[in-house]
Design a protein around this ligand. Structure first.
Ligand SMILES: *Cc1c(COP(=O)(O)O)cnc(C)c1O
Length: 339
C-alpha cells in the first residue's frame, strides 16, 4: 500500500478544484439580460423586478413575491410583516447566519435561541416548545445548509401556541420537505439570492407569502414607491412613505440575472442533487463519517446542497480527532480549496 498523503505519499486527487466546479454558472444569456437593463436606462425601476417576482411566485406556487436589495432586508421585512415589534420574542435556532436573528432587534424585539436537531440541523421542536413564553410572537425556521427542518412537528408547536412562522430559505431554495417546497409552510418566507447561494441574483433577496396583508406590510415597510397600490385600511394613510424608514428595492440588474438563473435552476439543482447523492452513496458504510441528508424516499431533498455537511463520529475511528481527520483529507488534494 502506498504511503498516505498526510505522511508524504502521493495525492489522490490531482485535479485543481477550481477546474472542477464554479458557481454560479453565468452564460451569455445572463450577460445579455444585464446589458439590457443597462441600456434601457432603468436600473432603479421595478418593471424587470416585477417580472422576476411573478415568475418566483409561480415557481413557489404562492400569491405574492416581493424583491429586496438583499436577504437581510427581506428577512427584516418578513419579521415586520408578521407584526414582530417592541417587547416581542422570536425563537431562532442557535447556529445560522446572523441575518436570521439580528434584524429582530432593529424592530425592538428579542431573539431567544433554541437548540438544533443534529439530524436535520434545524430547530429542535421540543426545545422550541420549552422556550415559549407569553411574549413569544414568532418562530424563525432556518433550513440550514439546505437540509429541511422537521416542519410537521414545528408547525404543530406553532399552531398550538398561536405563533407566526417565518422561514429563512437562504440555503434551501427549491428544497422539499415531504414533497412540499420549503418556504411554503409558514406565514411568510424570505431568502437571500446573493452570489454565493444556490439560487443567485447577485445581491438580492425575495420575500414570499400567501397572506395579502403580510405582503402589504412588507411592501409598506421598505418600498415607498409601491405604497400607493396598497389596500389595507391601516396602511393606506402612509401612501408614498416607507413605514420602516428603509429602502429595500432590488437592483434591476440583479432581477434580470435572477430571472435567467431561475429559469435554469431546477435542471442545475437536479444535477447537483445527483452528484452529491452519488458522493455520499459512495461513502456509505465508511467508518467515521455520514452525509447529512434526508432519508431516501422521504420526499425531502437538500435543494441545491448549499454548504453541504456531514457528521463525524470520533468513536468509529478509534478516537481520531476531527481536526486530524480533516487534515488527512486536505492532504489528498493538490491545492487547498479557496474560500
Ligand atoms: C446569506 C444569508 C442571509 C442573508 O442574506 P444576504 O443576501 O447576505 O443579506 C440570511 N440568512 C441566511 C441563513 C443566510 O445564509
Amino acid at each position: 500500500m502506498e504511503e498516505l498523503a498526510i505522511l508524504g505519499g502521493p495525492k489522490a486527487v490531482q485535479t485543481d478544484p477550481d477546474d472542477i466546479f464554479t458557481w454560479p454558472i453565468i452564460t451569455q444569456e445572463d450577460e445579455q439580460a444585464a446589458l439590457h437593463v443597462l441600456r434601457s436606462g432603468n436600473m432603479s425601476g421595478t418593471d424587470v423586478t416585477k417580472e422576476f417576482e411573478k415568475e418566483f411566485a409561480d415557481w413557489f406556487g404562492v400569491q405574492h413575491a416581493l424583491g429586496h436589495c438583499n436577504g437581510t432586508a427581506a428577512l427584516q421585512a418578513a419579521m415586520f410583516a408578521v407584526g414582530l415589534g417592541i417587547g416581542d420574542e422570536m425563537i431562532c435556532q442557535s447556529m445560522t447566519y446572523w441575518a436570521s436573528a439580528l434584524p429582530a432587534m432593529n424592530l425592538g424585539a428579542t431573539v431567544v435561541f433554541a437548540e438544533m436537531d443534529p439530524e436535520t440541523m434545524g430547530l429542535d421542536p421540543a426545545d422550541v416548545a420549552r422556550k415559549i413564553t407569553d411574549r413569544t410572537k414568532a418562530i424563525m425556521v432556518v433550513h440550514y445548509c439546505g437540509h429541511p427542518t422537521d416542519m410537521d412537528a414545528l408547525m404543530a408547536v406553532a399552531k398550538k401556541h398561536n405563533l407566526k412562522v417565518i422561514e429563512d430559505v437562504s440555503h434551501a431554495q427549491g428544497g422539499l420537505y415531504k414533497g412540499q417546497l420549503t418556504g411554503t409552510f409558514g406565514d411568510v418566507a424570505a431568502m437571500s439570492l446573493m452570489a454565493q447561494k444556490s439560487l443567485v441574483a447577485g445581491e438580492g433577496g425575495m420575500l414570499i407569502t400567501n397572506n395579502k396583508y403580510m405582503y402589504e406590510r412588507a411592501a409598506a415597510y421598505g418600498h415607498y414607491s409601491r405604497t400607493r397600490d396598497l389596500t389595507s385600511p391601516d396602511l393606506t394613510p402612509f401612501s408614498g412613505l416607507p413605514l420602516g424608514g428603509v429602502k429595500n428595492r432590488m437592483h434591476q440588474i440583479s432581477a434580470a440575472v435572477g430571472r435567467v438563473q431561475l429559469k435554469y435552476y431546477p435542471e442545475r439543482m437536479a444535477e447537483i442533487q445527483k452528484a452529491m447523492n452519488c458522493f455520499w452513496d459512495l461513502l456509505e458504510g465508511a467508518p467515521g463519517i455520514r452525509g447529512l441528508r434526508p432519508p431516501k424516499d422521504s420526499g425531502s431533498t437538500n435543494a441545491g446542497w448549499y454548504a453541504c455537511r456531514g457528521r463525524y463520529f470520533t468513536e468509529e475511528l478509534g478516537g481520531l480527532s476531527v481536526q486530524k481527520f480533516a487534515k488527512a483529507i486536505q492532504a489528498w488534494v493538490v491545492k487547498k480549496i479557496k474560500r
